[in-house]
Write a protein that binds this ligand. Structure first.
Ligand code: NAD
Ligand code: UD2
Length: 309
């Protein structure tokens, strides 16, 4: 008998496709629902008979109910991940970023599926906690439609936990990086932009003095936590920061890329971006308490893997 699949919404995207690969390698069956708005078929191991791909939208309630039937768990990653897109078109992105979550909750209730992982974001904290390690109780200050929808999604998931016995494991991702992250927009993850340009020998633009810091997490480190949250008997109630409590400045990042490639294209420093956060770093005590988290991948090692070195 074939094992019940794990449904990954947004499974053809950057994070989802890596999780799918790891789950398949661990013997799970995986079902992916993705509308291919930013995800790609090429990210998926489509020749694996334990992988099922359904092209469709999480905003389509009937479809979500159908694909959730018979699953043993759900990982809800589908979202318009671009904050700028949510600022430009809050109504359209809301369909994916909040209605999609609600559809997943309802579909799980209808089908008696309990465990769901949710990709929330450090964006829920806005500018709060800046300059300190941000813990989960830091007051929330969602500044964009993207962040509002992430926070509201967390709250809906908690409602379904209390009312209908869902088992949500909510993670607030900090800055995740690795292969398959799309560098094509100016608002794409900075590491994907810098590495793509460095490989092509194109000039790099730094917004500000390059001393702003981020808590960068390599994709493989994130995936090992998600796998545990799926396979664990227990459930952590409440959100968990997914960061390393490690601050890296953009200048340090550039130095790491330069070391791996033995050189860098020209780097220009321009005005900081309006509303840019100066320092963002996770207090990850809750993560370390609840999950096995061996040595995180050093930044330079992650960058080298991304650069194919
Ligand atoms: P991504 O854009 O590569 O992945 C999102 C996937 O969802 C894509 O494959 C896309 O096609 C799909 N999708 C979008 N809207 C959909 C819809 N309505 N129906 C079905 N599929 C849809 O981005 P990612 O970085 O892999 O992000 C995955 C999740 O993690 C997102 O929820 C994102 O908000 C969250 N997140 C990511 C980061 C990060 O640093 N990458 C940080 C915080 C939160
Ligand atoms: C991350 C999220 C964003 C939102 C925000 C909330 C990503 C890609 N972005 O933004 O969606 O959740 O956190 O806090 O996950 N930069 C440059 N040059 C470039 C591109 C970027 O200097 O070509 C700078 C940018 O101004 C910022 C830093 O690099 O200071 C990191 O930018 P980012 O977009 O990768 O991530 P962040 O943390 O600003």
């Amino acid at each position: 008998m074939v094992d019940a699949p794990i449904l990954i919404t947004g499974g053809a995207g950057f994070i989802g496709s890596h999780l799918a690969d790891t789950l398949l390698a661990r013997g799970h069956a995986v079902r992916v629902l993705d509308n291919l708005s930013t995800g790609k078929r090429a990210n998926l191991a489509l020749s694996n008979p334990r992988l099922e791909f359904i092209e469709g939208d999480v905003a389509d309630a009937a479809l979500v109910a159908r694909v959730t039937a018979g699953c043993k768990a759900v990982v809800h990653l589908a979202a318009v991940a671009s904050v700028q897109a949510s600022v430009d078109d809050p109504v359209a992105t809301h369909q994916s970023n909040l209605i999609g979550t609600l559809n997943v909750c309802e579909a799980m209730r209808q089908n008696g599926v309990k465990r769901v992982l949710f990709a929330s974001s450090a964006a829920v904290y806005g500018q709060n906690g800046e300059g300190t390690a941000i813990d989960e109780d830091t007051p929330k200050a969602p500044l964009t439609p993207y962040a509002v929808d992430k926070l509201a999604s967390e709250q809906y998931l908690d409602f379904y936990r209390r009312q209908h016995g869902l088992e949500p494991a909510v993670f607030r991702f900090f800055n995740i990086f690795g292969p398959r992250q799309d560098p094509s927009s100016p608002y794409s993850g900075v590491i994907s932009i810098f590495t793509e340009r460095a490989l092509a020998g194109l000039p790099i633009t730094v917004f500000g003095d390059g001393e702003q810091t981020r808590d960068f997490v390599y994709i493989a480190d994130l995936v090992q936590v998600l796998v545990q949250a799926l396979e664990a008997e227990w459930l952590e109630v409440g959100p968990v920061n997914l960061g390393l409590n490690r601050a890296t400045s953009l200048n340090q990042l550039l130095a790491a890329i330069g070391e791996v490639l033995e050189g860098l294209p020209p780097v220009t420093y321009v005005e900081p971006r309006a509303g840019d956060i100066r320092h963002s770093r996770a207090n990850n005590a809750r993560l370390l308490l609840r999950y096995e988290f061996p040595q995180p991948t050093p930044l330079k090692v992650g960058v080298a893997k991304l650069l194919g070195r």
